[in-house]
Design a protein around this ligand. Structure first.
Ligand SMILES: C[S@@+](CC[C@H](N)C(=O)[O-])C[C@H]1O[C@@H](n2cnc3c(N)ncnc32)[C@H](O)[C@@H]1O
Length: 397
């Protein structure tokens, strides 16, 4: 039996303890808790462990709202009050900005609702049972509902068995009108018409990347801009919080002539700010997302040009004399070539949106050679998970 005391949390919200002087991470624990643990991974420098018994429980621990908490690994922080998850995320962003970019700043964290915020989930089906895989495994945790998903998605989960899928994967998307877009991957014969009778608002079903009913996309509205979103395009998962981010940027940004929206997805951020931009360009690697972005510009009567490709491969063909570059990369952040391009272009403003504060801080440390941070805020885009979105506006010195 191994017993440890949790000293603090790491930036993923895991408890940090020491076992024979080696750092030992214990997820879903809180500072000052004393726990018995079982080691599940031993590395040279650290161990990973799980709790087998709580010896001393923190008075900050709360009963998780979800019956699957700790099993499915969709949430990481449901043993904390929502308020404390926000405090944790605020501190996480502050300490990472300080550690990797030497930025010492108090960061405000903005939040929306804490549950039923996701407009997209991916479910696994194994032997007709529906759920999520446990972390790092193919073991299914059967679920009846997901508290993070919109209530419309939860209605669909209850009907999914009608499709008669034995084994496979289903992506469910919902929009503001409670319409549903389903994308299914399976080798089984799917009974499409059965689900259609029960769930009235299904607007499209895509089976193994082929449309078998309706459309491959639906329309979502952010503030008053319409977005066509395809079943396989990236779209912000939390409508309320992305609208708060757009409001924040609206308030901060002046009008500009030429703007470039890098990693633009379906054009979300650039189009949302387009009334402040005379000439808008966007770059995105996913072909369907670029088709959506072009259609979205048309739908909203916005003049924008989009380039399909990896940002780092199309740098030579991008416009110069830019006033604003919007940067919203995947978790890995910017590669060296793109970072050098951005520094070389001399745009007056940068907007950097990031879901990974470590790479954001790494990139800011370099960008701040030429840019001042005008404003930076954290947004709780993914409540009850370890993740947090940061939005930073910079201006050229
Ligand atoms: C965090 S999402 C942001 C999308 C968009 N800005 C939005 O708000 O919806 C990152 C996007 O970058 C795209 N992407 C990833 N790597 C890329 C690359 N090397 N070049 C261009 N786009 C990339 C992804 O397909 C995804 O759409």
């Amino acid at each position: 039996m191994k017993k440890v005391v949790i000293t603090k949390l790491d930036n993923r919200g895991r408890g940090i303890s020491f076992l024979n002087n080696k750092i030992t991470f214990v997820p879903k624990t809180l500072p000052l808790e004393e726990v018995e643990i079982e080691l599940i991974k031993e590395n040279k420098k650290y161990n990973e462990a799980v709790v087998t018994k709580f010896v001393n429980v923190s008075d900050k621990r709360v009963k998780p709202l979800c019956p699957y908490y700790g099993l499915c690994d969709g949430c990481h922080l449901m043993h904390m009050s929502f308020e404390n998850t926000l405090a944790f995320k605020k501190e996480k962003v502050e300490s990472l900005l300080y550690k990797y970019a030497h930025i010492k700043k108090e960061i405000e964290i903005i939040s929306g609702k804490s549950l039923n915020y996701r407009n997209k989930i991916t479910l696994k089906i194994v032997n007709k049972k529906i759920g999520y895989f446990k972390e790092r495994s193919h073991e299914l945790v059967e679920i009846k509902e997901c508290l993070l998903a919109s209530s419309t998605i939860n209605e669909v989960i209850k009907m999914l068995n009608l499709l008669n899928i034995g084994n496979g994967e289903v992506v469910i998307r919902s929009n503001k009108d409670n319409e549903i877009l389903l994308s299914i991957k399976t080798d089984d014969k799917v009974l499409v018409e059965h689900s259609l009778n029960k769930v009235k608002k299904i607007v499209g079903i895509v089976l193994n990347d082929k449309v078998v009913y309706g459309e491959v996309h639906f329309i979502e509205l952010l503030n008053d801009v319409k977005y066509q979103v395809s079943y396989n395009s990236f779209f912000q998962v939390n409508k309320e919080v992305i609208e708060l981010i757009i409001d924040y940027l609206e308030e901060l940004m002046p009008n500009v002539n030429k703007a470039l929206d890098l990693y633009c997805g379906v054009g979300t951020i650039g189009l949302a700010l387009s009334h402040k931009i005379k000439e808008l360009y966007g770059v995105e690697v996913v072909k369907n997302a670029i088709c959506n972005a072009k259609e979205n510009a048309r739908l909203n009567n916005i003049n924008a040009k989009y380039i399909c490709g990896k940002v780092e491969n199309v740098l030579d063909s991008l416009p110069n004399n830019l006033d604003l570059i919007i940067i919203d990369p995947p978790r890995s952040g910017l590669d060296n070539k793109t970072r050098d391009f951005i520094l070389g272009v001399k745009a007056k403003y940068l907007i950097y949106i990031s879901c990974e504060p470590i790479t954001l801080a790494r990139d800011l440390d370099i960008l701040k050679e030429k840019y001042d941070i005008l404003n930076i805020k954290a947004f709780d885009m993914f409540p009850y998970t370890e993740h947090v979105e940061c939005v930073c506006v910079l201006n050229r010195r």
